[in-house]
Write a protein that binds this ligand. Structure first.
Ligand code: GLP
Length: 245
């Protein structure tokens, strides 16, 4: 695992966007796994700026979002589909059909999970998986004890997650979600996590410096062959081995 510490939230977000831009330049057909959450907002804003300023071309890219609330229609502004449209997809030249978000309205979450995995496989697998982290250590919506081998599935959200996301949903946070599994994330060719802010400093020490525990789903990333964690100085402030990184 590679740890990169940058001074400010802006520097960390810009660097993350730059890695994504480099991926597209290196391979115009990059398959991205994408994340939601406040941390990603400046990253998507920067990508839109790069699209405009540097004519970054997303027309051959494919995207798969990590997760979606169950029982929330795509038209609902709190859905992750609507959020992605608003924050990124509506402002760049990615083909609408090439953007995927798990189906939160599916009658069978099991079937929907299998369908999502099939679509990822059909696209050739995820080249670049962007990740944030929840305050309880979740990646995607893989809450504590989600199997490190899990594929796309339904999760019941923890009270910590409901509280964390309340501000993004007018207080009415749906309590279940469809999420790529930890195993889906581990199968990506590259995983890039962005973490900013003092609130996540203690969690960063637990997740990065161990011990590995299933209570923090993100710990599974230690088994990923190419995982980069980008932190701002605040999120990195409790790390003990900064000199080494
Ligand atoms: C949600 C998403 C996660 C994301 C997390 C972080 O729970 N399902 O994928 O990592 O938010 O949110 P924030 O960036 O707002 O701290």
């Amino acid at each position: 695992m590679q740890i990169i510490i940058l001074k400010s939230e802006k520097a960390a977000a810009d660097f993350t966007a730059r890695l994504m831009a480099d991926a597209v330049k290196g391979n115009p057909k990059t398959v991205f796994g994408l994340a939601t959450g406040r941390t990603m907002e400046p990253v998507y804003a920067r990508l839109i700026a790069l699209y405009k300023e540097e004519k970054l071309d997303f027309s051959k890219c494919t995207t798969f979002n990590l997760d979606e609330y169950i029982g929330v229609a795509p038209e609902n502004p709190i859905s992750y589909r609507a959020t992605m449209q608003r924050l990124l997809f509506d402002h760049i030249n990615v083909r609408p059909k090439a953007t995927h978000v798990p189906d939160g309205m599916a009658k069978s979450t099991e079937k929907a999970g299998r369908k999502y995995e099939d679509a990822i496989a059909k696209a050739g697998g995820i080249d670049f998986q962007l990740l944030g982290i929840g305050l309880d250590g979740h990646i995607g919506f893989n809450e504590p004890l989600s199997s490190f081998a899990s594929l796309t599935h339904e999760e019941v959200l923890t009270p910590a997650t409901l509280a964390q996301n309340a501000g993004l949903c007018d207080g009415n946070v749906p309590c279940r979600a469809m999420t790529m599994g930890v195993g889906t994330i581990l199968a990506s060719r590259r995983a890039v996590m962005l973490v900013t802010g003092q609130k996540k400093a203690a969690l960063m020490e637990q997740f990065i410096e161990g011990p590995i525990t299933p209570i923090i789903s993100a710990c599974a990333l230690h088994f990923h062959r190419d995982c980069v964690v980008i932190l701002d100085a605040k999120a990195a402030s409790s790390l003990k081995h900064k000199d080494h990184y």
